[in-house]
Write a protein that binds this ligand. Structure first.
Ligand SMILES: Cc1cc2nc3c(=O)[nH]c(=O)nc-3n(C[C@H](O)[C@H](O)[C@H](O)COP(=O)(O)O)c2cc1C
Ligand code: SF4
Ligand code: SF4
Length: 286
């Protein structure tokens, strides 16, 4: 059970804990001091402990020794962060160099800062750096996607399908068949001979995939800052969703699903230029 106490002598009555706990309303103000109204309602997001300017809150889930102070961001850091966000690319060409497992585990630790629905923090990872295993996964993926391509061609020829959908089916089938042709030529068009494949897995049900994507993107940015390249591999996720055999191969735990698949490795080329991106449309509703 969550236990929360407020040191009323330290509390300045700023009200920040009441404000940030506005979803579950654990706190209220009384006589210009914060008091705990109901600790049972706490969903353990940790915002109150993180915001209190005088460390007046003692929270059983967040002892202060486990919550180090956060520094301010300098203008230079903000500029650099913007540049990091702009310049991350999907990397598909890697140095022939393995990535130390400790480096990967550190990146996974960084990804814990990502948002998760109800602060559940349920994203776990499967990491594969065994090249033989990755090759087997690739061969199965291409086979599953090849079957999907053949189904799409049959569907496209079926009666009553409008022309646009028919064209879409055929285009998609072609792109999947292209992977087979590349494989026949000895190329890896699924994992691009990356030294590592990372799979983020989450509980089946609502918001799991979103949690995985946020965690994955955080990892991608952290990796990018260290000269490591990543690329999401949607093709593998599609094959995995269709094929129990592949799910067993990667050991998806019972009651969970893969929310995101990505590759990771030291990138061979440095991208020297930022490219223009579409400016998102913004509609202000007045
Ligand atoms: C949902 C999703 C699935 C993706 N699947 C693949 C994939 O299977 N293979 C691949 O080479 N790239 C894949 N990508 C990478 C995109 O092609 C890439 O993000 C896009 O072209 C923009 O390039 P950038 O990431 O370098 O900015 C995927 C990206 C997303 C967001
Ligand atoms: S941890 Fe979150 S939910 Fe719990 S008391 Fe603090 S702010 Fe409220
Ligand atoms: S944030 Fe801290 S100082 Fe401010 S009201 Fe809450 S307990 Fe008091």
């Amino acid at each position: 059970m969550t236990e929360i106490m407020i040191n009323s002598e330290k509390c300045t009555g700023c009200g920040a804990c009441v404000d940030v706990c506005n979803v579950t309303q654990v706190y209220k103000m009384r006589d210009k001091k914060a008091v705990v109204a109901s600790a049972r309602r706490c969903w353990q997001c940790g915002q109150c402990v993180a915001v209190c300017p005088v460390d007046a809150i003692t929270h059983s889930a967040f002892p202060l020794e486990k919550c180090p102070p956060v520094g301010e961001y300098s203008a230079a850091e903000i500029l650099r962060t913007n540049s990091i966000l702009q310049n991350r690319r999907s990397v598909r060409v890697f140095k022939n160099k393995s990535v130390e497992r400790s480096v990967i585990e550190d990146l996974i630790k960084v990804s814990r800062g990502a948002p998760s629905a109800k602060n559940r923090q349920t994203v776990d990872w499967i990491a594969i750096d065994n090249q033989e295993k990755i090759t087997q996964m690739r061969i199965k993926t291409v086979a599953v996607l090849g079957d999907i391509a053949r189904d799409l061609r049959i569907k496209a020829q079926g009666p009553g399908l409008d022309e646009k959908l028919q064209r879409q089916h055929l285009l998609y089938a072609k792109s999947l068949e292209f992977l087979e042709r590349k494989q026949d030529r000895g190329e890896d068009a699924v994992f691009y001979r990356a030294p590592v494949v990372l799979l983020a897995h989450v509980p089946l049900g609502e918001f799991g995939v979103e949690d995985a994507v946020y965690a994955g993107y955080s990892l991608m940015l952290a990796a990018h800052m260290q000269g490591l390249g990543t690329c999401q591999i949607g093709y593998f996720s599609i094959a995995l969703a269709q094929n129990r055999d592949l799910q067993q191969d990667v050991g998806v735990p019972e009651g969970r699903e893969i929310g995101l698949a990505m590759i990771l490795g030291y990138q061979k080329y440095r991208y020297r230029r930022e490219i223009p991106r579409r400016t998102p449309e913004v509609v202000w509703l007045n």
